[in-house]
Design a protein around this ligand. Structure first.
Ligand SMILES: Nc1nc2c(ncn2[C@@H]2O[C@H](COP(=O)(O)OP(=O)(O)O)[C@@H](O)[C@H]2O)c(=O)[nH]1
Ligand SMILES: [Mg+2]
Length: 699
């Protein structure tokens, strides 16, 4: 399909594409694009063609249009005159429709126009301020078939007027920029051209250098025209250099509008006079016909292509902006997803840290359990030695000289040995207990610290998780976990107190009684609370003291013998009792209880941590899954829009190139002009009637 062979199909495709772009613009909230698209679609449907006459005030724009109309229709004056938009369009009978800003309409006679659209008097200016635009219906051939020529108020006049002019630019296909030969293309005109005209949606700009009648010599006129061309070239190129990337589509579009700068030097004023007075010589002098030929060509021959070009330019601009927006969104999405990933990773690292803390704590508690055994073992091993030592020491150090009564003496020995053994055993029991309690209390303190730190970390993690997705409320477990752990620690501390005194497992007090064994007549030491708590070291069987005890102990040798004898009897007894008693078992039982308590604590830690970690990991997976899905669906949507918009853009560029090519062909056609056999006027090749005298032109 080419535009030449199937113009209608191309238009349909463009409308379809614009509608798709509108849909995307809506999704992307690109309000400005929606507006441009709506206007463009409407223009496509109406098939209108608009030419705006723009330029600074007093360049002769209104006079120039009057010359086209061949009559003084639009008010022109030495003072800034035009205050509204004046649309000239075809009408069999001339009249004017005034459209007010409140959308009221009023038809007026054409000669009354001056009172509505000028600011020549304060009264007129007040009325003009209420007018949106004036539509001038006039039987001018150029305006047949929905062509309109728009007179704009002019730039730099005042701000409102400039705004009115700029608002028109998005809704026209061609702009004719009127400048004056007296001020060849001022800097302000250069700025208007580059910043406004070339960046508007329109696709063709024609330059008119008006008021050439100020120069009498042709070579001066040519000089001015060349100067204007150079200045235009300079402004266009330096702006592009500064503002556009050479490889961008904007650059290509920008230059396509000034690919062939058309500059017409003419005198609107002379042309108007010549037409009113039928002065052919003046008309020729005005050089107006050359311009009219171009205008004729535009409205009759090039119109469709220029119109398409404008639409294609708009499609390119719109699609490019949508693609830019989509790419930004895609980047944002990627950044968001990366930021999210980082947030997840951070939480994951916290969870992992907590897991490690837990594992370390469990290992530490296991070590404590082993310590209980390892550190008490040496004390158990010392037990027998220390008890027998205590017994011997007390036997050695007891003074026997004061008493000759064997019974009292024996009573005294028994009590002292008993006390010494008891003290020694209790002291060892205390040492063992101290070791165990020290380990347990260290554990308790450590776990207490752990709970404090860990519940803070868990709380932080939960707060973070809660911020991930405003639609998902993350249940907080940190408090409950911390409570449970504290409860377990309380229980653990309680159990330490319930462990009791290890020294209570040894005799705490007893009385020693001395019995005479009737069978052999010997005295026997017997634990007074035989079979009771005393039993670990002094069993129910008495200790035979032997025959040496009998006489008084005043003699030191005898006392020594007595003590030795006593030792010989008592110490093996202590050893025997110790062996039979199995004090290891008592300590083991104690340690077992302590270990059980540690186990309980350990299990609680394991359980609570696992619960929290498991739950947190689930939440994390849920959040991540949801966001991943959202991210992916968003990405799919963006990619789909991107692909489709890119297709539309590619299609627009194809049309763009085709149009450029046919424009080229048209330029060649231009050389083949149809000469009017009646008046000799050179008409464009596509003209059917002479635009000067109306004679039918031969093919
Ligand atoms: N000498 C000369 N004067 C012109 C020409 N065109 C317009 N003027 C005068 O310049 C003044 C401003 O013209 P006007 O059409 O109102 O300019 P506008 O403000 O651009 O619309 C008027 O006094 C016109 O008579 C021209 O081609 N030659
Ligand atoms: Mg004017």
């Amino acid at each position: 399909m080419t535009i030449v062979t199937d113009y209608k199909q191309v238009v349909l495709t463009l409308v379809g594409n614009l509608k798709r772009l509108r849909n995307f613009s809506e999704k992307l909230h690109l309000e400005k694009l929606i507006q441009v698209i709506d206007i463009t679609i409407r223009r496509l449907e109406v098939d209108s063609f608009s030419i705006a006459i723009v330029g600074e005030f007093k360049r002769g724009k209104s006079t120039f249009i009057n010359a086209i109309l061949s009559d003084e229709i639009l008010p022109a004056d030495v003072l800034p005159t035009t205050a509204t938009l004046n649309r000239v369009t075809y009408g069999v009978e001339p009249f004017v429709k005034i459209i007010f800003k409140d959308n009221e309409e009023r038809d007026i006679a054409i000669h009354k126009l001056v009172s509505f659209v000028t600011k020549l008097t304060p009264e007129c200016e007040a009325v003009a301020a209420t007018v949106k635009e004036a539509v001038i219906y006039y039987p001018v051939n150029y305006c047949r078939n929905n062509v309109e020529i728009i007179d704009t108020p002019g730039l730099s006049d005042d701000e409102n007027m400039t705004a009115v002019t700029l608002s028109v630019l998005e809704n026209v296909e061609t702009a004719i920029m009127v400048t004056s030969a007296l001020a060849p293309f001022a800097e302000s005109e250069g700025n208007f051209l580059t910043q406004n005209l070339l960046n508007a949606g329109l696709s063709q700009i024609i330059f008119v250098v008006n008021q050439i009648d100020h120069f009498k010599r042709n070579q001066d006129i040519e000089k001015v025209l060349n100067k204007v061309k150079q200045r235009i070239q300079y402004f266009v190129e330096s702006w592009a250099e500064e503002n556009l990337d050479r490889n961008s589509s904007a650059y290509k579009l920008y230059f396509s509008k000034v690919a062939n700068i058309k500059v017409f030097g003419l005198s609107g004023y002379q042309a108007l006079s010549a037409k009113i007075n039928n002065d052919d010589a003046l008309l020729a002098e005005s050089r107006f016909q050359e311009f009219e030929l171009a205008l004729q060509k535009i409205v009759s021959h090039e119109r469709g292509k220029i119109f398409l070009q404008t639409v294609v330019n708009k499609v390119i601009n719109i699609a490019t902006e949508i693609i830019e927006t989509l790419n930004i969104q895609k980047n944002n999405l990627l950044e968001l997803s990366q930021a999210n990933q980082q947030k997840y990773d951070l939480v994951k690292s916290f969870v992992l840290k907590l897991k490690n803390v837990k594992t370390k704590k469990i290992l530490e508690i296991n070590t404590v359990k082993n310590n209980l055994k390892n550190q008490t073992n040496p004390l158990i091993i010392q037990l027998e030695n220390r008890l027998t030592q205590a017994a011997s020491q007390i036997i050695e150090s007891t003074d026997t000289s004061s008493s000759n009564d064997i019974n009292t003496l024996l009573q005294q020995f028994a009590t002292q040995v008993n006390n010494a053994v008891q003290n020694a055993s209790q002291s060892i029991a205390k040492e063992i207990q101290a070791v165990i309690l020290r380990e347990l209390s260290t554990t308790s303190n450590q776990v207490s610290n752990l709970i404090e730190v860990v519940s803070e970390v868990m709380g932080t993690v939960e707060t973070r998780l809660n911020q991930f997705d405003e639609n998902i409320t993350v249940q907080s477990n940190a408090g409950a976990v911390s409570n449970s752990l504290n409860q377990a620690l309380n229980d653990f501390n309680q159990e330490q107190q319930q462990l009791g005194n290890l020294s209570n497992l040894f005799p705490s007090s007893s009385e020693i009684f001395l019995f005479k064994d009737e069978a052999n007549g010997l005295y026997t030491i017997v634990g007074g609370v035989a079979g009771s708590l005393f039993s670990p070291f002094f069993g129910p069987a008495g200790i035979a003291v032997g025959a040496a005890v009998g006489a008084g102990l005043g003699n030191s040798q005898r006392a020594k013998n007595f003590k030795n004898n006593y030792k010989l009897k008592v110490i093996p007894e202590i050893e025997k009792q110790l062996r039979s008693h199995n004090s290891n078992q008592i300590v083991d039982d104690y340690i077992y209880k302590a270990s059980q308590s540690l186990n309980k604590l350990k299990n609680s830690i394991e359980e609570e941590f696992n619960y929290w970690i498991g739950d947190t990991q689930n939440t994390l997976a849920k959040l991540q899954g949801k966001q991943q899905a959202l991210f992916e669906s968003e990405q799919i949507k963006i990619n789909a829009m991107l692909t489709e918009t890119q297709d539309i853009l590619n299609h627009a560029w194809v049309i763009f190139e085709q149009l450029n090519k046919t424009m080229q062909v048209n330029k060649e056609d231009e050389l083949r002009k149809k000469i009017c056999l009646n008046c000799g006027y050179e008409n464009a090749a596509n003209c059917k009637f002479c635009i000067k005298c109306g004679t039918q032109l031969s093919k």
